[in-house]
Design a protein around this ligand. Sequence first.
Ligand SMILES: *Cc1c(COP(=O)(O)O)cnc(C)c1O
Length: 454
Amino acid sequence: MRNTNTAEAWVKRSLAAVWHPCTQMKQHELFPLVAITHGKGPWLFDANNNAILDAISSWWTNLFGHANVHINQAIHAQLEKIEHVMLAGFTHPPVVELSEKLSALTGGHLGHAFYASDGASAVEIALKMSHHFWRITGQPKKRQFVCLANSYHGETLGALAVTDVAIFRQAYGDLLQTVHTVMSPDLRQALPGETPAELTQRAASDVAQLFAREHANIAAFIIEPLVQCAGQMAMHDATYLQLVRELCDRYSIHLIADEIAVGCGRTGHFFACEQAGIWPDFLTLSKGISGGYLPLSLSLTHEQIYQAFYRDDVRQGFLHSHSYTGNPLACAAALASLEIFSSEQVLEKNIDRALELNRAFAWAKADERIEHFRQQGMILAFDVKNTALHAASLTASFGPQLFQQGLQAGVLVRPIGNTVYVMPPYILSAAETQMMSEKICSAYEKTLDGRKSS
Ligand SMILES: *Cc1c(COP(=O)(O)O)cnc(C)c1O
């Protein structure tokens, strides 16, 4: 009884004082907030001690479970030394070691790491550095950016300009710089009879035409390699990245790989670009980089960019900063995560985990109300057909309904439109993967039943 009051009390106080992200607050009149008090492994526990399986890694951040012993210890140990120090004029062991390790993971190709705290800021850094590079190398006209249709790169004004998700952009269009948007290589968009290879070529020729016409004005092309995550987990072929790399080289345009969601092993390799065998000019990381513990982001780049800024003139340096740049606690969490990757052979084991994931969702593959069943490593997604939702105009309500049913079943799943996806931490046993799938299946059936009767 007392516990119930506690949970309700936290929710009430939160609604009064906390303005929650990505939320129309009035909808909480219908959908209650969930007050989480603790977590362990893949499980979140609410204030009434109900367990919820975190199938989406707490917004794609968590890699090795909540309250991971190894990461906890690393943060505790760092806390005893130094919690934070400014990174201008100072350095510290965790940021040095992390930068060296990331450089090594790129085979030395991207050997310079510039830090920030959240993903959108890392994108801003890549955009600003690209523009600034062309300016100080005598090509100031190169200042436009190119993004994919349906892209997502964050919600600060610079990042939002290269984001093509209407719901995030609508209200702010007047504040954003104009960008070029090219066709998405999303494999779901194949025309009747078109093969994946043909669709990939068609998308690349859209880029080729734009570059041929506008290259003198274009600074950079930004892409989420392999999976446009916020864009309904739209997946494309690795060949597209090779084609785009070639075009960028041909026309002297920077390639920015935004690996904030797809990096850190999510698609199979540590970096999604590895699957295409290419390196970008800038690579952004955040979300999983600290294991899902602390805000940390960065933009990696190569020697040529770095050297262009290495001058006597102060104003030609990259004078960008955030107060918590390269925070030692966050870097310690990131180093501990990288240690787990090697000590536990995570990427190797994820090959089997991805297969288990695929097998566990065989029900979705076989369901006629579902289309576009797709997977890229530790991301699995499928779309519920409009006809199964019984009224296309109600598509918007499907996500929140499934989310609610998921909570009842004890699983955190948060569809994007009619796309249901899982993106679990890399620690699930085969039995837990199966349990996750069963909980989602039951929530899905209840959601569709509920819509039929309403
Ligand atoms: C989440 C995300 C961002 C923005 O990161 P924030 O930390 O939310 O600012 C940028 N790009 C991609 C691909 C993302 O998924």
